[in-house]
Design a protein around this ligand. Structure first.
Ligand code: BES
Ligand code: ZN
Ligand code: ZN
Length: 488
């Protein structure tokens, strides 16, 4: 699907004209478009409702109205959904292209630019399908939607939304690829390819030998039982202007998590191809950074690994030494994400020295029990970081919910023989907080840090037109991009 911007002074000939309508308001159709009497009057404009007709004369063959609900309640989420419904209906009607009439949308409370972003993201992510694994992938019938507006803010927003939506769709593709196609090696290859696309990006890939030299014993332990070698990817973005800070984004990139000897039940085990969603979010962010500027030096660190089983696999009780020197008892080989992240965090701390670290990971099933699929659980180390991430989440429709990280959770991660255990006492409960507590041993207190547990939000969310269902959501990409563009 292509998204273009066209003028709203005059509508060019189109097979389908799409017009958003507020509840209780009359649709404002472009000049010359004549529809049957009563067509518009019978449309109430309730949010997400639609009505279509063949036009009697004028530049449009068909006209589709999409309801937005009451004007004062229209928010970005409603506009994203409207954009997605437009894309879906254009596809269902079988037209090769369509025009979205956005004249006047700049008057909504969120402002022209945000409206433009929301419409572009809604249209492009609503049209997203994962078809590349079909032997004969069905092409989209609707190839292009032109959004008509002469507002500078809306146009700027559309251009920006095209970049953020493409990055999110890129992350979705990575998520949806099965474990045999997206291996750690392939993940690293794709990261290199992204970096090659921009003079502002560099990419370094560490193989197992290089990681062993650095003492990354925890990360390396996870793929001991796999034929796929682990990789760690280090991407770096340097801003055009003077940098206002250094941020490290760390992503859990388990291209498959069978659990290891603490093997997972077979029901839904296939979903563990999504266990690289944190890494996908980080690489998706860099996809966007090839086309947009942010005033920070941004580092991306992907821990790419596969957690499977053979005779060399980690045995419960095995003890490994982390890159920061701590020894860790692996009492459950299925709690592998924190092992991979721990060494990636140490790498970030030692090699990058960032002022802020965000890590994204499908870390715990417990976060789904606690807060479900519609939210990302966040563990921010400061109120500022918490407020900024919550606000970004609200703007982009990737909601974040702060969860507690108490001293008792940290104390619960102490090991019997080693310094730490990778699991806490089940009696303590709060599995997601325990995961965060384990990670906290690898981030010094003077670095602002937030762990984002995306185990719920990465797939399986409710249907919201532009997102939802059993496949990857691309969560994290637009959240981080908004954070990078707005943080103080
Ligand atoms: N990748 C899983 C977490 C997960 C489970 C994500 C289900 C999404 C859906 C992670 O590696 C894991 O297995 N965590 C364990 C931790 C436990 C052993 C302390 C879990 O959540 O059960
Ligand atoms: Zn696991
Ligand atoms: Zn996992």
């Amino acid at each position: 699907m292509k998204l273009s911007t066209t003028s709203s002074t005059r509508l060019a000939k189109t097979p389908l004209l799409i017009v958003p309508v507020c509840q209780g308001e009359k649709p404002i159709l472009p000049k010359g478009v004549k529809v049957p009497t009563g067509f518009a009057a019978r449309f109430e404009g309730k949010a997400r409702s639609t009505r279509s007709t063949f036009a009697q004369s004028g530049p449009a063959d068909q006209v589709l109205l999409i309801g937005l609900g009451a004007r004062q309640d229209v928010e970005c989420e409603g506009l994203r959904r409207c954009g997605a419904i437009a894309a879906r209906q254009a596809e269902d009607l079988g037209v090769a292209k369509a025009s979205f009439w956005a004249d006047g949308v700049e008057d909504f409370e969120c402002g022209g630019q945000a409206v433009g972003v929301a419409l572009a993201e809604g249209i492009l992510l609503g049209a997203y399908r994962f078809r590349q694994m079909k032997s004969k992938p069905e092409a989209h019938k609707c190839k292009a939607i032109g959004v008509s507006s002469d507002d500078r803010g809306v146009k700027r927003g559309l251009t920006h939304g095209r970049v953020t939506a493409a990055a999110s769709a890129y992350a979705r593709d990575l998520q949806n690829l099965p474990g045999n196609k997206l291996t750690p090696t392939e993940f690293a290859r794709r990261a290199r390819k992204i970096a090659n696309g921009s003079p502002r990006l560099t990419c370094k890939v560490l193989d197992e030998r290089a990681m062993a030299k650095l003492g990354m014993g925890l990360l390396l332990s996870v793929s001991q039982g796999s034929t796929q070698p682990a990789k760690m990817v280090h991407l770096c973005y340097k801003p055009k202007k003077r940098s206002r800070g250094r941020i490290a984004l760390v992503g859990k990139g388990l291209t498959f998590d069978a659990g290891g000897i603490s093997i997972k039940p077979s029901a839904k085990m296939d979903e563990m191809r999504f266990d690289m969603s944190g890494g996908a979010a980080v690489l998706g962010t860099f996809h966007a950074l090839t086309q947009m500027d942010v005033p920070y030096e941004v580092h991306g660190i992907l821990g790419c690994s596969e957690n499977t089983i053979d005779g060399a696999a980690t045995k419960p009780g095995d003890i490994f030494t982390a890159m920061n020197g701590l020894t860790v008892e692996v009492n459950n080989t299925d709690a592998e994400g924190r092992l991979v992240l721990a060494d990636c965090l140490t790498y970030a701390v030692k090699k990058v020295r960032p002022d802020t670290i965000l890590d994204l990971a499908t870390l715990t099933g417990a976060v789904i029990v606690g807060i479900g699929h519609e939210l990302t659980g966040i563990f921010p180390s400061s109120e500022t970081l918490r407020d900024e991430l919550v606000a970004s989440g609200q703007r982009v429709g990737e909601l974040c919910w702060p969860l507690p990280l108490l001293d008792v959770h940290k104390e619960g991660m102490r090991g019997t023989s080693g310094d730490l255990s990778n699991i806490g006492s089940p009696a303590l409960g709060a599995g997601s907080s325990q995961g965060a507590a384990f990670l906290s041993s690898f981030v010094p207190a003077d670095i602002d840090w937030c762990h984002l547990d995306i185990a719920g939000s990465a797939w399986g969310t409710a249907q919201r037109d532009w997102v939802g269902g059993s496949t990857g959501t691309g969560v994290g990409v637009r959240l981080i991009l908004d954070y990078l563009s707005t943080r103080a």
